[in-house]
Design a protein around this ligand. Structure first.
Ligand SMILES: NC(=O)c1ccc[n+]([C@@H]2O[C@H](COP(=O)([O-])OP(=O)(O)OC[C@H]3O[C@@H](n4cnc5c(N)ncnc54)[C@H](OP(=O)(O)O)[C@@H]3O)[C@@H](O)[C@H]2O)c1
Length: 262
């Protein structure tokens, strides 16, 4: 059986690698022997992680400090990675805003749309296109369990995660004939900086290590993974309820999470 590195190496590009799930993807991919291009805004954190992983795992790692919500991020990123064979893209960077859509600043919501949706589209078009030419590689999209249900107080965020779900599942079928594996991972609450930034409290969070190892185990085996049996139940049950009721229930859950944080 071909090794992980021979299928998805020699380089992986991980977005949102300065924290949380992205940093954990970087750690586990380094253990698999992949070289890493680590992208996010916080330069120092990326440099520290790149240094640590190249010292401990004997891989090459690059820190690429850039804002993926900016309109012109691709030429900069493409220049920095042109000479590298990126065999795996982990499109992970994202954030959420909590509150009623008409009360939240529109500019920040558009920024979220750019980071959570526009960036994965551009990245998968560019790096996925190169993988298609090579007839090998992998794309991982990070969606969420809220991508399955309309979620008041997270209306726009849930919409962005539904976009990732459809982008990933559609591409999985399109890329299959070219030998490129596409996986969408839809985590539930996970212990990262995400909740602090969103102003909500997590309930029974999973550890990033467990989420990432389930994702990497499933790459090339299936097109969608929801880590954790509780999360799989949360995604499964709404199928039996009217959508209108789903939205009310998910809205109450987000309100409860806001209460936990205050
Ligand atoms: N944690 C959860 O409960 C949970 C559940 C479901 C889905 N998710 C999804 O998982 C993904 C990772 O989130 P996380 O939980 O690991 O959150 P996190 O700890 O807050 O990490 C978010 C990452 O995204 C990067 N990022 C944010 N804005 C950026 C920008 N404009 N340009 C480039 N990078 C940017 C951050 O780096 P910089 O600030 O340095 O730029 C950071 O590395 C997200 O897509 C999120 O929607 C998380």
């Amino acid at each position: 059986m071909p090794s992980f590195a021979s299928k998805y190496g020699p380089w992986a590009l991980v977005t949102g690698a300065s924290a949380g799930l992205g940093a954990e993807f970087a750690r586990q991919l380094a253990q698999q022997g992949l070289n890493l291009a680590l992208a996010a805004r916080r330069k120092e954190r990326l440099h520290d992680l790149a240094h640590e992983l190249s010292e401990t795992q004997g891989i090459e790692a690059l820190a690429l400090s850039l804002d993926l919500a900016q309109a012109d991020f691709l030429p900069t990123l493409a220049r920095a990675t042109d000479s590298l064979e990126i065999g795996l893209l982990v499109s992970n960077a994202g954030f959420s805003l909590t509150g009623e859509l008409t009360e939240l600043p529109l500019e920040r919501q558009i920024e979220m749309l750019h980071l959570n949706c526009r960036a994965p589209l551009i990245l998968s078009h560019h790096y996925g296109g190169l993988m298609r030419q090579r007839r090998r590689g992998g794309l991982i999209f990070v969606s969420s369990i809220v991508g399955f249900v309309p979620t008041p107080n997270w209306t726009n965020y849930a919409g962005t995660k539904a976009f990732n779900l459809f982008l990933g599942e559609g591409l999985a079928a399109e890329m299959q004939p070219y030998g490129v594996d596409v996986l969408t991972v839809a985590p539930g609450h996970t212990r990262t900086e995400f909740h602090e930034n969103a102003g909500i409290g997590p309930i029974l969070p999973m550890e990033p290590a467990a989420v990432v190892s389930q994702a990497l185990r499933n790459l090339g085996q299936t097109s969608l993974v929801v880590p954790g049996s509780g999360n799989r139940l949360l995604v499964f049950l709404p199928r039996f309820l009217p959508r209108r009721l789903n939205a009310r229930i998910s809205g109450l859950i987000v309100k409860g999470l806001q209460g936990l944080a205050s």
